[in-house]
Design a protein around this ligand. Structure first.
Ligand SMILES: [Zn+2]
Length: 294
């Protein structure tokens, strides 16, 4: 199937999942995927679950993740959720070309919602000259998230090299949008039909989004889960979580909600187009990807 863009509807809203490309997390820059993604998983249990997913722990040496943004045309507003990674890796930074292929120019976007300040979500905020890539957009971010990433990152428990990289990319992509910025501090409606949901833990002010029209709903869960196995094993968290216990709490709340409301889900890091449903399974949940046409 086309792994660059995928159109779907939520009620009367016309939506398009748009790929920014993919990024491969591989040693020595990242731990092996099983350690990176499921840092606290008990070894034997982890190996059993990986085998159920046809993953052989010793052979699973790198994790290639899609980066999936979404555009929502509500009829009144054109909203983009996250801006991808820009030039972070050799296969990232494809958002603008894929938007254009889908008939959308940067000037058409009037609202950009940033779910959090990691480089794979804000990297396309600016163009090659460092100017805002979406000149007519209001950029919306959770207040604590903005303040965190524009601080000295003293609370961030990562190695020096990673901290310098995250700090450099935040400085490149956040201050230039300040003149277009709209910070939110509660679960407000950003445009009619699109509401912020606090989902902290992955980062201090990470948010999810509820997008609803008529009686249909899409929930963008962003990085509350990074891999489908997190849906089944919600207690397992990645090595990069800012506040791991909070990740588990936020994740359980979101998974409970989307399963109960039978909402369509979009997960930024899942196989393209990242769309599916969450169903209750035993004590946990299971990911059921939407069937997409070739
Ligand atoms: Zn991410």
């Amino acid at each position: 199937m086309n792994t660059e863009k995928y159109r779907f509807n939520v009620g009367t809203f016309k939506c398009m999942a748009v790929s920014d490309g993919t990024f491969t997390y591989t040693p020595p820059n990242f731990p092996p995927p099983a350690t990176f993604l499921f840092s606290n998983a008990p070894k034997e249990h982890l190996e059993k679950v990986l085998r159920e997913h046809n993953l052989k722990p010793e052979q699973w040496v790198e994790w290639t993740s899609p980066y999936i943004c979404v555009v929502i045309n509500t009829g009144k507003h054109r909203v983009l959720v996250d801006t991808g990674a820009g030039g972070l890796g050799p296969n990232t930074g494809k958002l603008l070309q894929n938007l254009r292929a889908g008939g959308i120019t940067p000037g058409d976007i009037d609202t950009v919602i940033l779910t959090h300040g990691h480089p794979d979500h804000i990297g396309g905020n600016t163009d090659a000259e460092g100017k805002p890539a979406f000149p007519n957009a209001r950029f919306v971010m959770w207040k604590d998230e903005w303040h965190f990433w524009t601080s000295d990152l003293a609370e961030l428990k990562v190695d020096k090299h990673t901290k310098e990289l995250l700090s450099m990319l935040a400085r490149k992509n956040l201050p230039p949008i300040q003149g277009q910025l709209n910070l939110i501090g509660h679960e407000t409606e950003i445009v009619p039909g699109i509401k912020a949901i606090a989902a902290p833990g992955h980062t201090p002010g990470h948010i999810a989004l509820s997008i609803s029209s008529e009686d249909e709903q899409l929930l963008c869960i962003s990085d509350a889960v990074l891999h489908p196995i997190h849906v089944e094993q919600p207690e397992w968290y990645a090595a990069i979580e800012f506040a791991p216990r909070q990740v588990v709490t936020s994740r359980r709340q979101l998974l409970n909600r989307v399963a109960a409301e039978k909402a369509l889900v979009l997960a930024f890091h899942f196989p393209f187009p990242g769309l599916g449903h969450i169903v209750q399974k035993g004590e946990g949940w299971q990911w059921q990807p939407t069937e997409t046409k070739a």
